[in-house]
Design a protein around this ligand. Sequence first.
Ligand code: ZN
Length: 569
Amino acid sequence: MPTGGGKSLCYQIPALAREGTGVVISSLIALMQDQVDALTELGVKAAYLNSTQEWQQAREVERAFLAGELDLLYVAPERLLTDRCLDLLSRAKISLFAIDEAHCVSQWGHDFRPEYLGLSYLAERWPDVPRIALTATATAETQVEIAQRLSLQEAPHFVASFDRPNICYRIVEKKEVRRQLLTLINEEHPNDSGIVYCLSRARVEDTAAFLVREGVNALAYHAGLKAELRAQNQARFLREEGVVMVATIAFGMGVNKPDVRFVAHIDLPKSVEGYYQETGRAGRDGEPATAWLAYGLQDVVQLHRMINDSMAEEFHRRNQGRQLDAMLGLCETVSCRRTGLLAYFGQETNACGNCDTCLQPPESWDGTVAAQKLMSAVYRLWRERGQRFGGGHLIDILRGKLTDRVKEYGHDSLTVFGVGADISEQGWRGVLRQLLAQNLLSIDTQGFGTLGLTESSREVLKGERSLMFRRETTVASKPGRKTAAQPELPPEARARFHALRQWRAATAKEHGVPAFIIFNDATLRQVAIDIPQNADDLRCISGIGVRKLEAYGDALLECIAKANTADAF
Ligand code: ZN
């Protein structure tokens, strides 16, 4: 089930209905506090045990658990498997085990955590306690592996649609990426909460500093920052409005903020699963949101190099290469992005109408001859082994540019010199990138990153295979429609909505919780439109349950009445 689809309810409700305490196993220690806060706010008796607690606090949680006072207990897998914790659990009634982020058990997946492998022990030790495993991201293969490794082969299997229709997927060619990002933020998402993903820590810091200089309320997050600063930045992102978090993928797993309006990748993600999970953090409230990715030739080269340089076993490297190929396929597709994305998870759909290729169908062109020219040039240069000739030099030769380097090596005498003057430099970069993406060219990452031919190159060179490419657009690829902005409120409701948000901010501060835990924007918007007069009216609004009505009903009515009076004057 996708992020925001209601996975937690699948174990929270049974845990409440059954006798005993539901034990939730989650790798997301940093988020346990927020999960428990949100449940407490709803009147559920929840607690967690993890390494961030004082001894005293942990003892109190253990006592409450043993006394049968807890509905839900959150524990990290490495802690759960300690003797002390197993002993604790065996001394009280457990209603169920819920294994969250279950894809972490898959060695083939993108987010393997060895401590998850020990969780099959739960089946041995508590054979009569129901177990449920949940994930927002798993291909068919990963689903099988989860069932095997957690001894859940006999369990029923529920797969919801992976589609997140409110997210508009866009993938653009990387040029001046920081400028492109700034334009996205300023033109489409000013003052919105968003996440910007980068590949490296240095890039996170550079990008965050750049955005701050340009007046964006941006923070940085990566594993190299002090734990204190990380926690502080995460808390600000969750609690304040309109913060842009620039981060490595260390940030965001399970981040429960519903009103993230955009997720931008300024480097290519390593897998479709990772991309899906990261972009899934946008628009969890169901309101329009943007998933924007900029990628270029350099990303392809860099990721290939990272895979080849890694110390991982051969089969892991092959697996990573396969995952990268699928990601590149998604970037270079001329059909609907969503169709491609969902197909990766085994789900069939029609063109969506809410991605860049649907909104502005890209032109495709027959690139067979261009590919042959480029491949011939690669072949000629490859024979000069030991020299380092990158893509730029290759393109100079094809376009007939007499650079110093071309002259130095006498490459102007090659037969391919100047045969590609009809295609722009940007066009050639596109050809090169798409050939690499389709494994029709290889990069020798052991040596100098020299380009080489592959087995499949032969078919193209011999004219046995024709190639269709995505045409590089020269205009900024903002789709020609209103993108993910806040839905329009009727003008007369705006003042009320504003007053409600102010009340919410003050209340959240008072309670020390993020604003969205009190009420989300969609609920406040509905209150502002409906102008409820009493508790019965409030009860009809989505997001206002019994507990919230009791806690905030009067305050909401008072706030609405005041805003209306102010309006009248
Ligand atoms: Zn589409």
